[in-house]
Design a protein around this ligand. Structure first.
Ligand SMILES: [Zn+2]
Length: 338
């Protein structure tokens, strides 16, 4: 199950081999050697793909200027053709550049953004990358969108390999990424605004112009109040926020929930922790179904991660056997590139 480092000393060589196997109709093997002359400083100098290609375009509650962001990206649901592309590459310059060098041009930025999400909890994908780091990814491409089934990142800084295997545990509505040890790659807010969601697609720290945290979630999902409080506003600034709710938590923190499909509360209403504020949606300045959640205290933006604290789940005991089988299958696929 361990990541095999690619042979070094292949300056800008790119090999592409097409092969077939019982598991895959098509496996694309790509190896890219690192350029020896590149410094670690250059590796960390460029922006991370999360910032370069955010998955979702929206505007924070108080923003009136559209953000200068590239075309929105949203990964596909499960219905993607079975062909998987498997890539292993040495990190050069940035994650974005690494994928641009190793993947077909039209795949690179999309796959890079999706790949980054399981790992942005453990690694600053802008400053923590080092020469000699390696990536592996197995992904499906449907002509426009990418679905990443398995990925690894070998980090010299951490001195270990981060792993992410897609698996849906019993009782969950969405597949998530789990490490080889069965620990979820993503952290979850303690008492967050959603009980079920697909993925966090944007952290507060990812973009300075973006004041909240974005959760990719199907339209119509209950958005609940994480705290007791009072509704201060609903459905203001519709062009940007869509249907939206603002709650003053009992500790004075202001919370905003944007892009809802439906609002269930009115200004002035007292609400209890867990009360349904509305249903998630894709309204206002939003190009894909998601919830934007932002916090503010005394006029300052607060990171929901800090405010709520986070937990990491483990694969439940009843799913461990199935998970192990799936990890073996996915790792075998990744290893075809090793
Ligand atoms: Zn947002």
């Amino acid at each position: 199950m361990r990541l095999q480092n690619p042979p070094g000393g292949l300056p800008w060589a790119l090999y592409a081999i097409t092969a077939s196997s019982l598991i895959l109709n098509l496996v694309l093997l790509v190896k890219v050697g690192s350029q020896d002359a590149q410094s670690e400083a250059m590796v960390s100098a460029e922006a991370a793909p999360v910032a370069e290609a955010p998955a979702i375009v929206d505007a924070a509650a108080t923003e009136h200027v559209p953000e200068p962001v590239p075309a929105p990206i949203e990964e596909a649901p499960v219905a993607v053709p079975g062909d998987l592309n498997v890539v292993q590459a040495s990190v050069t310059h940035s994650l974005a550049r690494t994928f641009q060098n190793a993947l077909p041009a039209e795949h690179a930025d999309v796959v890079s953004a999706v790949y980054a999400r399981p790992f942005f909890w453990d690694l600053n994908l802008r400053s923590d990358l080092q020469k000699g780091d390696t990536v592996q990814v197995a992904y499906a491409w449907d002509g426009e969108l990418a679905r990443v089934d398995a990925a690894t990142y070998h980090s010299k800084k951490l001195g270990r390999t981060l792993t992410a295997y897609s698996f849906m545990t019993t009782g969950d509505d969405y597949a998530s990424y789990w490490s080889v040890d069965g620990v979820e790659a993503a952290e979850r807010l303690v008492d967050g605004p959603l009980n079920q969601y697909e993925q966090v697609t944007s952290l507060l720290k990812d973009r300075p112009t973006h004041k909240g945290m974005d959760f990719k979630v199907a339209v119509g999902t209950d958005v609940v109040s994480p705290r007791n409080g009072t509704v201060t506003r609903a459905d203001w600034n519709w062009k940007y926020n869509g249907n939206c709710v603002e709650v003053r938590y009992s500790d004075g923190t202001m919370a905003r929930f944007l892009h809802l499909s439906e609002t269930k509360v009115k200004a002035g209403q007292s609400i209890s922790k867990g009360a349904v504020l509305g249903l998630s949606g894709n309204t206002g300045r939003s190009t894909a179904p998601h919830l934007h959640y932002e916090l503010e205290k005394s006029g300052r933006v607060v990171d929901p991660i800090d405010y709520h604290g986070t937990v990491r789940r483990s694969v439940p005991d009843s799913d461990v056997a199935a998970f192990s089988t799936e990890v073996e299958r996915l790792q075998a696929i990744l290893d075809t590139a090793g």
